[in-house]
Design a protein around this ligand. Structure first.
Ligand SMILES: [Zn+2]
Length: 367
């Protein structure tokens, strides 16, 4: 298992003790576990309150190695059997705290047990960058899938845009602008397409990702490299919006505070701004509350987690996309190269690894 002792430390591969499986547990032999920008921020210490040491990996697909007698079905009621391929929702609520008992429509628990975010004293196995992940309560949310591991590993990152668009009420015929063409941005394009958006515009780069955005459903792409000026990008985006009036929804999938005013400027009156990109604290944005929000009657939707319902729909989306989803996965690496994987996501690295442009990197602990 890959272990990080603290911010700035090197990722280290250590022997993983075989987890003990209790009656209400499910043990997953990891096939693939994604590397995401959040993992870079965990390594850098950008997430307030984050505790170490940690074995990262919150995007997990694998096969059931052992299933406890009380862990009978997945979230949808399908029986879970040894050998089944499953995707795992990383966060398990305790089910008893005041937030859980309020049962609001947003995912909320005071004591989430999060695979890939938790310390060894509190859970036997860590995150997906190891051979085994333990779902340590029957409240854990797993889903049996027939998708390939390369498609299924995208269910977790797809859940954020799916949750955001469902909460914002993005509907058939809407116009959607996606800021950013990393994994979340590309999956936001796919989610907008799946919801029946009539006009989808994506701002991002480099060129290969813009082509993938088009394959996944973007009608128009705007290259950051080709159009480095923010005001010019706003002009181009508005020109591509229906009637030049702006977009019903704008999804922030960059994770850089500076893009907020640009995205808000592209919002149609009454539109929704979806904040999907900032899972860590990387600074502040300057916005004009009148011009960007009030004058537009704007609605702000921020997503820090998702419901099992959104996760399931995200899984159905990537299952249906199949090879188109798999094309997002560019690198499959052994645990010993986890540090390189994380480093490749750092800004200024040209997003190159082994001479190939980085899309979604996955760790395969069997390599
Ligand atoms: Zn709770």
């Amino acid at each position: 298992m890959v272990t990080l002792d603290g911010p700035g430390a090197a990722l280290d591969v250590r022997e993983q003790p075989m987890p003990k499986v209790q009656r209400d547990n499910l043990l997953v032999r990891v096939e693939l576990s994604g590397v995401c920008a959040t993992d870079l921020h965990i390594c850098q210490g950008d997430i307030p309150g984050f505790r170490y040491p940690v074995t990262p990996g919150h995007e997990v697909v694998g096969t059931v190695a052992e299933v406890g007698a009380d862990f009978t079905t997945d979230v949808t009621g399908r029986p879970v059997r040894s050998g089944d391929r499953v995707v795992v929702m990383p966060a398990t609520p305790d089910g008893t705290c005041p937030s859980c008992r309020r049962a609001r429509p947003v995912p909320d628990c005071d004591n989430f047990d999060v695979i890939g975010f938790s310390v060894p004293e509190e859970r036997q196995a860590g995150g997906g960058w190891g051979q085994y992940v333990l779902c340590n309560s029957s409240r854990a949310r797993v889903f049996v899938t027939e998708a390939t591991p390369e498609a299924a590993v995208l269910a977790e990152p797809a859940s954020t845009p799916v949750e955001g668009m469902r909460r914002a009420g993005v509907a058939f015929g809407d116009s959607v602008l996606v800021q950013g063409t990393g994994t979340i941005g590309l999956l936001a394009v796919a989610a907008a397409r799946a919801l029946g958006a009539a006009r989808i515009v994506a701002i991002g780069g480099p060129e290969r990702r813009l082509r993938i955005a088009e394959e996944l459903g973007a009608d128009t792409t705007i290259s950051i490299e080709g159009t480095p000026d923010s005001e010019e990008r706003v002009r181009l985006a508005l020109a591509a919006s229906p009637g030049g009036l702006g977009f019903d929804a704008v999804a922030e999938c960059v994770g850089a505070p500076a893009v907020l005013p640009e995205g808000l400027s592209c919002l149609r009156k009454g539109g929704s701004y979806l904040e999907l990109g900032h899972f860590s604290d990387v600074g502040e944005a300057r916005i004009n509350p009148y011009r960007h929000l009030l004058a537009k009657d704007a609605r702000l939707v921020a997503v820090s987690g998702y419901t099992p319902e959104s996760f399931h729909r995200a899984l159905l989306m990537v299952e249906r996309l199949g090879p188109a989803a798999e094309s997002l996965v560019t690198h499959r690496l052994p645990m010993s190269r986890a540090q390189e994987a994380v480093n490749a996501l750092a800004p200024g690295r040209q997003y190159l690894l082994d001479g190939t442009e980085v899309g979604k990197i996955v760790i395969d602990p069997r390599l």
